[in-house]
Unconditional design. Sequence first.
Length: 202
Amino acid sequence: MNPFPTRQHAETYLSRIPDLAVREATRRTLGLDEGDRTAPENRPSAELRHSAVPVLSARTQPAPLNLAHVVPGARTFTLPWPPSLNSIWRATVVKTAEGPQARVLLSREGRAYRRAVRDRIRDYGHPRTPPGTRLALTLTACPPDKRARDLSNIPKALEDALTHAQVWADDSLIDELIVRRGEVCPRGRMVVQIVPLGSTLF
């Protein structure tokens, strides 16, 4: 099944898959391996196929992929820098009918971040992804300073905030996640791009 409106859209998506084996398996799933029967004027040029994958030198700062003009429904926006995972949850003891019980609750900082993301999403016109649609998420993390940070710790607070803001039904819909380190900027920011995939491709 090919969820893309044209072969050109499909080829652009395929060019973003770095693993050659996965790319070819996806090509077969999309039904694009049965010879090139596309008219020459509709074939994606070599320039287009390679332009979707930026070539980065050691000095080049990674930038978010801008596929809004290629893939229908793509959304790109900028959100506040998220708090660390250690600061968004707090352990507390609550009294219940069965006695004191330990609970892990969203911290004041975590609640404030969710409100900030919700307000920013409202400023963007409250974008929504189609219900149930599988998603590709690209994040460019521009930190507030040069302290060492693990990129793998950054996405969760942001994903939960986007779920709370109802941009998507649940972050379990994300089939593809790319996190890049961007330039240091005052107060930090997250450049977010969401691309609907239409259906699970694998």
